[in-house]
Design a protein around this ligand. Structure first.
Ligand SMILES: [Zn+2]
Length: 580
């Protein structure tokens, strides 16, 4: 059997998609929030019968291979490899190999993770560091924490003995060289506790090492490598994605220790941006699992700044945002150590963005002085103005009036004059998530009906005027339907589908899903009526277009004989147009 077919047989589209998107039953199909664009009402449909997942908002989707390509942002070959592994099927031999450099780096990193873990269990290791910070043996093992010995060549010798080459160790960045010309290489991480960084598919892609004792830098991170694209990785996601999907919420933190401590404390739906500011790619990655995100950044000025930026990006990606107020510590790790109950309470009661902004300005400016009141209003009024309804605006204006000890009617007036901003900090959007609009044509709808109810084709064949030009996108489908129908006594759908290319077959299936999506619970009678309407609409449109064509031809024709023929055909068309 064809390898691809075998993979297709073993992996259901609904199970595959269900790993990324919360799906709910919707008639014969399943429905969920699209993993490819930001949205708040679901337009992403999965058809178990057809083996297709498709978004009617941004019009992206396809079978298990196409879906994997899109959602994992990989090539077709990589998608086949991923699914073959999932299905426990050997990868087709004809398939070209994967990006070898990336795989080599991951292989070296796997050995390196193991090496650092083993060192930590020896006298050289500094497991005490993690123990002192409250981590259990189980947690240390789960996160594969380790130790890089205070040596220039222990790791490098270990890896060279395993058969890797010097230049491969440089490429994976576990070793360094003083200059390009220098043949000697040495271990990059020395005398540091090690946090291996995994991508969401559980591949070790890099490392972060914290120095023991004094020394610079305090944290050292792997540079980018063929396996490590920093802006696309979220630390912790390989462990937390299950919990994120279950709770339908992800908590973003700054540090590795924050994630680990929170996870151990039972808050498992956590990730960290790896020593970089939050990026649009990271938000795109998380939005495959949830559209609800909560920020729990450090309480210092830098953490504030990070929160502002993160809110702005997340709003542009149309995600729902909340903020966790960290109490009794400078970061989640410290807050958990100091008071676990308090931490759990803050996690369960995150505040809104507007409350976060209120607290920020009230801590920055003096509410009681006129100067302070003005500064606070300058900051928050443009933000309140971003809300679309007076109910929301009024809610926050009342709150503000109470804090500033002023009459809310004055504030309504000031709101009118407040600065207009597009985003929370008045900057231009950096990413857009607006779906590409595509409106389906009447011809496409009609095709969908025919596919679901082949017996309706008789009506179509009788009434659809097809001796004039049809919509060019769908003409080939109508011609083929006619051919198949004329050959047999009725319309044999399997025969029709056999004649189509794979790409066209998928198009056709999407038209049929379109009907299920647009007309749920349609009775047969209602469907027949809608088909009549569609045929009439298509005919009217086509006749009108044909008339226009004739008018131009007649006007520009200089041959009298030709003009006469055109005119008589034009009159026939006119007669036809009065009948429909
Ligand atoms: Zn979409």
């Amino acid at each position: 059997m064809d390898h691809l077919e075998e993979i297709r047989l073993r992996i259901n589209i609904e199970d595959l998609v269900g790993g990324y998107v919360q799906l709910k039953k919707a008639g014969r199909n399943l429905r969920g929030l699209c993993p490819f664009h930001g949205e708040k009402t679901p337009s992403f449909m999965v058809s178990p019968e057809k083996g297709i997942a498709y978004c009617f908002g941004c019009h992206q989707g396809g079978d298990i291979f196409k879906f994997t390509q899109l959602v994992e942002n990989v090539s077709f070959v990589e998608a086949v490899h991923i699914l073959a592994e999932k299905a426990n099927v050997p990868v087709p031999q004809k398939m070209p190999a994967l990006n070898n450099k990336r795989l080599k780096v991951i292989e070296i990193n796997k050995w390196t993770v193991q090496f650092y873990e083993e060192i930590m269990e020896t006298n050289q290791g500094r497991k005490g560091y993690f123990k002192d910070r409250g981590l259990t043996d189980e947690t240390i093992k789960l996160f594969k924490l380790g130790f890089a010995p205070d040596s220039y060549d222990q790791l490098k010798d270990f890896l060279l003995k395993k058969g890797f080459e010097k230049k491969e160790l440089i490429e994976s960045a576990v070793a360094s060289q003083r200059s390009i010309a220098d043949q000697n290489i040495f271990d990059r991480f020395r005398n540091r506790v090690i946090f291996p960084i995994f991508d969401h598919q559980d591949n070790p892609v890099g490392f972060s090492g914290r120095i023991m004792g004094e020394g610079e830098p305090k944290y050292m991170n792997s540079p980018e490598t063929p396996a490590y694209n920093k802006s696309g990785v979220l630390y912790g996601l390989n462990w937390s994605k299950k919990s994120i999907k279950e709770k339908d919420q992800a908590i973003f933190m700054e540090g590795y220790m924050d994630v680990i401590a929170a996870y151990q404390a039972g808050t498992e739906n956590v990730v960290a941006t790896c020593g970089t500011a939050l990026t649009p790619q990271q938000l795109k990655l998380i939005s495959r699992y949830t559209k609800n995100i909560t920020f729990a950044f450090d309480r210092d000025a830098a953490g504030m700044e990070a929160t502002f930026r993160a809110i702005e990006l997340a709003q542009l990606a149309e995600l729902n945002i909340k903020i966790i107020k960290i109490q009794g510590g400078k970061d989640p790790d410290e807050a958990i150590q100091k008071n676990l109950e308090e931490w759990k309470k803050s996690v369960e009661n995150p505040i809104t963005i507007m409350d976060f902004y209120f607290e920020y300005t009230f801590s920055q400016f003096d509410k009681d002085s006129i100067e302070g009141k003005k500064k606070i209003m300058d900051f928050v009024l443009p933000l309140i103005k971003l809300y679309k309804t007076d109910v929301e605006r009024g809610f926050y204006l009342n709150k503000l009036a109470l804090e500033l000890k002023t009459d809310v009617n004055f504030l309504w007036n000031d709101l009118k004059n407040a600065r207009e901003t597009k985003t929370y900090q008045g900057r231009e959007p950096e990413i857009t998530s607006a779906p590409k609009k595509r409106i389906f044509s009447k011809e496409e709808y009609l095709l969908g009906f025919i596919l679901d109810n082949p017996e309706m084709y008789e009506e179509v064949s009788k009434n659809l005027i097809d001796n004039i030009a049809l919509n060019s996108d769908t003409e080939k489908f109508y011609n083929l339907l006619k051919k198949v129908y004329t050959l047999g006594s009725s319309l044999d759908m399997s025969h029709f589908k056999e004649e189509l290319s794979e790409e066209d077959r998928e198009k056709i299936e999407i038209y049929s899903m379109l009907i299920e999506e647009s007309y749920p619970d349609f009775s047969e009678g209602a469907a027949a009526k809608e088909v009549k309407n569609l045929i009439r609409g298509i005919n009217q449109n086509n006749v009108k277009n044909a008339q226009k064509d004739f008018e131009i031809k007649i006007r520009t024709s200089e041959d009298l004989q030709e003009k006469k023929v055109l005119l008589s055909r034009y009159n026939e068309l006119l007669k036809l147009s009065t009948k429909i």
